[in-house]
Design a protein around this ligand. Structure first.
Ligand SMILES: [Zn+2]
Length: 382
């Protein structure tokens, strides 16, 4: 209450009734356009600003609900690890920091591992929570990623990681840095099992996390405007003594420079994931096979108008309709096969010619080096 309110005599104040204070968390300022956003509208829009499309951070539960079929998934238990291996203490004890983060977020660690289905395909997802100690990667997080990868291999499921992290957890020192190669080895295991590994880079993905598993995905999807990088902007500017472009280390900048495959808004993330996993696991091909269901047929008809017309012409008989499509697909498969063999033979010849060129270059280099050494030897004799 301000000083003006204090001037009102208490009797009048009791008559009018004291003003109810508006809770602080009902409105939020958009970091993109500075508009005030009402919490209910914001939640309905998956924490995306409805004025400028800025993607605000999203809680783990909301994110998973958005991705999985019917918003349903089951959480995997966290592997047990020693909480404070170094008995670390700075201004506070590390154990106290952990307790504080746990009570603040209601989570056990900075990572949550779940499994469920997306478009009917089983998927294991590991999501970081930035509000838990900056989503930093310690022994527990590393162990969780390893066990999640093992689970994905066991279940023959696609593996998704959604990092939102400041990097390694400093309170665990060297042990947190060891998690970088460990997680890479875990991802390698998923890749050897021929399972898709997709990374959804959310805001922010920096430090040791971006320098390990987050940058070795089969597909890198990023959220619009997300900060993705290794060292901070200021550190780089001071090191290279140059002013960096304003969009440096954003998802869009990385897309332009080939580090990210696609920038996908939150509203389209599920359909994108289902598409990608379908293509990588060849589930989409299975759908278009004869008797594969209506979904496949619709796709075929949409892609080439001729197919649908031919089906109409062949007429009322459903059987004929069914037989015409597989022959078409067979023909198209053969066509692609011949195309592929042509391209591959071209690639092979190009490769062999490149090799020959490299060898020739090497020979030339050797002869130049020999000449130079002879010259220097002669010069030395003189
Ligand atoms: Zn905005």
């Amino acid at each position: 209450m301000n000083w003006l309110a204090n001037l009102i005599p208490p009797r009048i104040r009791s008559f009018v009734g004291e003003q109810k204070e508006v809770p602080d968390n009902l409105w939020q300022k958009c970091p993109g356009c500075e508009a005030m956003l009402f919490h209910r509208d914001l939640a309905a829009n998956h924490n995306v600003c409805y004025h400028c499309g800025h993607h605000l951070r999203l809680s783990v539960k909301e994110r998973l609900k958005l991705m999985y079929d019917d918003g349903k998934y089951s959480e995997l238990p966290m592997p047990q690890v020693e909480q404070d291996p170094l008995k670390f203490k700075d201004r506070k004890r590390y154990v106290d920091r952990i307790k504080e983060a746990q009570s603040k977020t209601g989570l056990k660690e900075a990572i949550t591992v779940v499994c469920g289905t997306m478009g009917g395909m089983s998927v294991v997802t590991a999501v970081f929570n930035f509000s838990y100690m900056g989503g930093s990667m310690g022994v527990a997080v590393g162990e969780a990623i390893v066990s999640a990868a093992e689970f994905a291999v066991q279940k023959k499921a696609a593996f998704i990681i959604i990092p939102a992290s400041g990097g390694a957890r400093m309170q665990e020192g060297m042990l947190s840095l060891i998690q970088m190669p460990r997680t890479i080895a875990a991802i390698e295991m998923v890749k050897e099992a021929m399972l898709p590994y997709i990374v959804i880079l959310s805001d922010p993905t920096t430090g040791g996390v971006s320098a390990s598993f987050a940058m070795v995905g089969d597909i890198h999807i990023a959220e619009p405007g997300a900060t993705i990088g290794f060292a901070g902007r200021r550190v780089i500017e001071e090191t290279v003594r140059e002013i960096l472009p304003p969009d440096f280390q954003t998802a869009e900048y990385l897309l332009e420079h080939g580090m990210v495959d696609m920038v996908v808004p939150r509203s389209k993330i599920k359909e994108t994931l289902v598409n990608i996993i379908g293509i990588l696991t060849k589930k989409a091909v299975c759908e278009t096979k004869p008797g594969g269901g209506n979904g496949g047929k619709r796709k075929n008809n949409g892609q080439n108008g001729r197919g649908s017309k031919a089906a109409e012409k062949t007429g009322k008989n459903g059987k004929q309709e069914n037989t015409s499509e597989p022959t078409k697909t067979k023909a198209s498969i053969n066509e692609t096969k011949t195309k592929y063999s042509k391209v591959s033979s071209q690639a092979r010849t190009a490769q062999s010619s490149a090799k020959a060129a490299v060898k020739q270059d090497a020979r030339e280099c050797e002869s130049v080096v020999e000449e130079k050494t002879k010259e220097t030897a002669l010069a030395g004799k003189r």
